[in-house]
Ligand binder design. Structure first.
Ligand SMILES: *Cc1c(COP(=O)(O)O)cnc(C)c1O
Length: 412
């Protein structure tokens, strides 16, 4: 732990001085982080869903270096560049055909803000200015900025503290793996009563991520989309965590081929190299929105777009379906048996995501210390011990993560 860091720098969801030690990383390569002590640990977190190709990848490094030789940034107001044009062509090509327009931002939260703004401007320009609320399922996480916070879970979410200042939206029951009926009934009733004031529904498809790593029955998405259409409510999917293969499909919406009006992407978009996100939408929405009142300084940053282009090409040219299916198979075979422990409430596996939900909160400090002794970097939170490894991980490396999880669970 660095004392200067500990006295002066805020870390995510932490206080100064930090109560939980931070570990200084000297460098990273492949799936390994090298800590200050010289110890190598396997990153089971992909730096929060993002580093799908691992670190220090020669192809991605090269993409940035080449772009750096041309320009690292130019303003996007009145100017454009090939990395953004190429990335747009690729993203429109790999997402559902009806998505034809794109807005680039510098973080996932801001891409959610833009999605919400699009929905508000859409109804405003359609002379339905009363449609100013959003509807979402409980247990979601959409980011840390104010608009995004207002659609995160209002009770368990990280933003409970701000509930007094946040706009109040509609929260409906979330579906589970086994049942969608109750959740759909709640959605239908809420829409029936309030659709006149609702601009859009927003949700994470198939798995709710930072809000609790909960998977649900994807059929819910199709039925929720039909209801939204029926009640004139736009349908926004937040694939910031699930996009680019994580759930076994390139995008989680492909589990049921649901068609959103607006789609948010981020995190793995650049494989964790640069901060970049995107909000995609349809001709219908963009025509109604007209001038979109948003324009970040670092919009469509060329370095970020260049590395995103390289990362997507690398992914599509790799046997990613097989790699993720293999990760899923190993996670299932090794982690599902942990259900036998009294201290394990649930085990959830989906694509390259493995989640152990315990019956009680994990004491993060000693657990993390022990995980590092076991050569693994994981970041448990609340009752959850989970891994979202890079797709390039080998079976042996994955088993090292799994064995560390088993050791921790066995000792709780
Ligand atoms: C991480 C995340 C966000 C926020 O993205 P940032 O880049 O951290 O602002 C939004 N939605 C989902 C589903 C996420 O996982």
């Amino acid at each position: 732990m660095d004392t200067f860091d500990n006295q002066h720098i805020w870390h995510p969801y932490a206080k100064i001085p930090n109560e939980i030690p931070t570990y200084l990383v000297e460098s990273a390569k492949g799936v390994y982080l090298t800590l200050e002590s010289g110890k190598h640990v396997i990153d089971g977190m992909s730096s929060w869903w993002s580093a799908i190709h691992g670190y220090n990848h020669p192809v991605l490094n090269k993409a940035i270096e080449t772009q750096l030789g041309k320009m690292s940034h130019v303003m996007f107001g009145g100017l454009t560049h090939q990395p953004a044009i190429e990335l747009t062509k690729t993203l429109l090509n790999i997402t559902p055909d009806h998505l034809t327009k794109i807005f680039f931002t510098d973080s996932g939260s801001v891409s959610v803000e833009v999605a919400l703004k699009m929905a508000l401007q859409y109804w405003h320009n359609k002379h339905q200015a009363n449609k100013q609320k959003f509807i979402t399922i409980r247990g979601g996480y959409h980011g840390d900025t104010f608009g995004a916070m207002s659609v995160c879970d209002p009770d368990d979410g990280m933003h409970h503290l701000f509930s007094g200042v946040l706009p109040q939206h509609f929260f409906v029951k979330s579906p589970s793996i086994v049942s969608t009926d109750e959740a759909l009934a709640d959605l239908r009733a809420t829409l029936k009563k309030n659709a006149g004031s609702i601009a859009a529904m927003i949700l994470e498809p198939v798995i709710q991520n930072a809000g609790g790593m909960k998977t649900y029955n994807p059929q819910y998405l199709l039925k929720a989309k039909v209801l939204c259409k029926q009640y004139h409510v736009l349908f926004i999917l937040d694939e910031i965590a699930t996009g680019f293969g994580r759930t076994g499909h390139l995008f989680a919406l492909e589990h049921v081929n649901v068609k959103p009006d607006i789609l948010c992407l981020g995190k793995a978009l650049t494989s964790g190299y640069m901060t970049l996100a995107a909000t995609l939408t349809t001709d219908d929405v963009s025509n109604a929105v007209g001038t979109l009142m948003h324009g970040p300084t670092f919009m469509a940053n060329p370095l970020a777009c260049a590395v995103a282009n390289a990362s997507i090409e690398l992914l599509l040219n790799s046997p990613w379906q097989n790699n993720i299916a293999n990760i899923e198979e190993i996670l299932s075979a090794e982690l599902l048996p942990l259900q036998k422990y009294a201290q394990v409430k649930d085990v959830r596996i989906l694509g390259a995501i493995g989640v152990i939900e315990l019956t009680h909160e994990i004491d993060i400090h000693p657990t993390q210390k022990h995980l590092i002794e076991l050569d693994v970097w994981l970041r448990p939170y609340g009752k959850l011990l989970y891994t979202i490894p890079p797709f390039i991980i080998t079976d042996d490396e994955l088993l090292t993560i799994i064995n560390a999880i088993k050791t921790i669970v066995g000792e709780l």
